[in-house]
Design a protein around this ligand. Sequence first.
Ligand SMILES: [Zn+2]
Length: 71
Amino acid sequence: MTEAYFAKKTLMENNWNPDSLIKLEKIKKEFYNKPNKSKKLKIPKYCPKCGNKLKDKTKICPYCGIHVDEY
Ligand SMILES: [Zn+2]
């Protein structure tokens, strides 16, 4: 879908109200400014299941084998 098509579609859906395009831009900006969740995901220092200390940036507990970021 092209940008022009999307803009036209938005206008048509909003009875050709130019304000709808401003809203569309806002929505787009919010969409692209969304922080990447996977990058911000915090990995705990201790395993939430067995409580053993984890190495830095370890996603899988070496003691019980669980994925600590998904637990
Ligand atoms: Zn564990």
